[in-house]
Design a binder for this molecule. Sequence first.
Ligand SMILES: [Zn+2]
Length: 502
Amino acid sequence: MSLRVYNTLSRQKELFSPVRPGKVGIYLCGPTVYKSPHIGHMVGPVIFDAIKRYLKYKGYDVTWIVNITDVDDKLIDAAAKQNIGVPELADKYTAEYLDCLNQFGIDAIDRFPKASEHMGEIIEFCQKLIAGGFAYAADGSVWFDVAKDPGYGKLSNRKVEEQESGLRELEGQGKKNPADFALWKAAKPGEPAWDSPWGKGRPGWHIECSAMSMKYLGETLDIHGGGIDLMFPHHENELAQSECASGKPLAKYWLHNGLTRIKTKLPSGQWADEKMSGSIGNVVSAKELLDSHGPELLRYMLLSTQYRRPIEFTEEVLTNSRKGLSVFARLLERIERLTGKPLAEDAPDMDAAAAALLESEVGNFARQVLADKMRFLEMMDDDFNTAAAISVLHDLAGSVNSFLEQNRAEVNRQADVLQAAAAATQTVRHLGQILGLFRPDIRRPSAKEPAMVDQLMVLLIRIRNDARKEKNFALADLVRNELKTMGITLEDRPEGTGWRKD
Ligand SMILES: [Zn+2]
């Protein structure tokens, strides 16, 4: 099996082969920290967290960098409105962003370089481009000369003439060509500024990514990621700057994720489907979502769509995700009820148990589980198709449940059947963990509720059983029927009464 990834640059799936054997460098464009993160800001980190985990599973040594843009027009405007300094504003929203990542359990990012801490590298980068004839200084600013780069536009497939209209706001200030973009901006009064050979100023947005990705990941990194909305102008300009400076490709593979789309009701009563964005004002705060739904559900929801497609964000999608995720929780509960003990984190999965099981009566089931595991890996090898991989996990959970039913495991409790089912469930857990799901250390906001629900169910079952003993069938039936309307079924088994939620 070999990994293939869709490269935006070539517009096709390519065999993945890193620049340096065994090592992978990933650069993901991070946030501009001028406001609280919304769920759209978490999409890239959740996807690339799964990508890094999968690459590590395949044996690669992975370094993942996410930059923090803490110098930008948006920060300057927001700080002025809040009447605080730019560094104070940046610190506040950087902390919020890191806190959200932390709550999501995204701990695989190796470094978060800040633009404000890399002025030396950024200025050197500008000087290198000027020396190479790819950039020029004018009135205290430095501009990239797109006419000097014959490859300009190759990532987004645009011609220079088409871009001029999109860049009108940068016109004037000594530019040769309307499509030229700023590497360094001359300071305006009251703005944060750094000394440079061209006077006081600050960097443009694109140059910081070129300077920091080169510093931490070398001249050619393996995977450059970001939302599809960053492809132009940001990534196109990063690519132009880096490749003109080094004469080498900036990234071997460009991966672009789809954007979060939200359904909103129009005044006409129709539903409109639009990109979630701060400027439209339809953003959903990441913190609010984490508080109300917990990280696992959101992660599951975000990974249930192949990363290149737009992610629909609606109540219905959340409800379906909750249902989907509960399949795995119910399977685990069933196994633990049958075996009478928790399924330990270090319990054997099907790979570990296969030697003992393959030649036994349950050999066919064990073989099927191992085949499904291979199918999961094939899906991940197909451009990190997490959506298809999750559906294999559902197939696996379904197979375990059918296997238990066929063997009437609740009644017979055969040792080999329970052992095989537990190993298969552990395989489901291990594969899910590659996607960042089913992690033992992740915060589950409802963790206390199941314990409480369990206690209440024990009490209700006792009341019903006592009622039956006293021949108060009206009360016993009332308990059973009322629970039924709540989707809870009581099951009278030889060992006592159990319950399950539909
Ligand atoms: Zn960037």
